[in-house]
Write a protein that binds this ligand. Structure first.
Ligand SMILES: Nc1c(C(=O)O)ncn1[C@@H]1O[C@H](COP(=O)(O)O)[C@@H](O)[C@H]1O
Length: 164
């Protein structure tokens, strides 16, 4: 199946975080591709990737980067696809550097920014799936089932001291 979501990251070292977005897409049977591409280290390839994304059939891009995290914003500047930015946790500044680099886009070029790290990557996968589900009833049903399962888990553990 042709990929509908592009999962890109500034470095292979971001994979432990971005794999959580891919796990969600796998779980929901959303076809995706994954690739390392960097605004800083491979700028020409990054522009090419962003420029070709629509005509290659992608519907959303998840872009993770750490530190001076320019990748999501630069990709967003070169495509009309929705771009979801995932801030990578960093050892120097805890990921606040990544978060602020991604979230503070100038008006006119949006990046949908999620939380730092694993939970953010998971939500990025879900958000991409929810965008696709606006046009896919079966995917919507899978998302609803996943949400119901979360609800059931919480309801089954209402007493926080259960199991002590
Ligand atoms: N923020 C960016 C960009 C970019 O924004 O284009 N390219 C790489 N990086 C980040 O550099 C960090 C360290 O990378 P290395 O581990 O390869 O040194 C990674 O978190 C990556 O996302």
């Amino acid at each position: 199946m042709e990929p509908l979501v592009g999962v890109i990251m500034g470095s292979q070292s971001d994979w432990p975080t971005l794999q959580h977005a891919c796990q969600v897409l796998d779980e929901l049977c959303v076809p995706y591709e994954r690739r390392v591409v960097s605004a800083h280290r491979t700028p020409d390839e990054m522009f090419h990737y962003a420029e070709q994304a629509v005509e290659r059939g992608l519907k959303a891009i998840i872009a993770g980067a750490g530190g001076a995290a320019h990748l999501p914003g630069m990709v967003a500047s070169k495509t009309m696809l929705p771009v979801i930015g995932v801030p990578i946790q960093t050892s120097a500044l805890g990921g606040l550097d990544s978060l602020l680099s991604i979230v503070q886009m100038p008006g006119g070029v949006p990046v949908a920014t999620v939380a730092i790290g694993k939970a953010g990557a998971t939500n990025a996968g879900l958000l991409a799936a929810q965008i696709l589900a606006t046009n896919d009833h079966e995917l919507l049903a899978r998302l609803e089932a996943r949400r119901s399962a979360i609800r059931e888990t919480v309801l089954s553990k209402l007493d926080p001291a259960d199991g002590e």
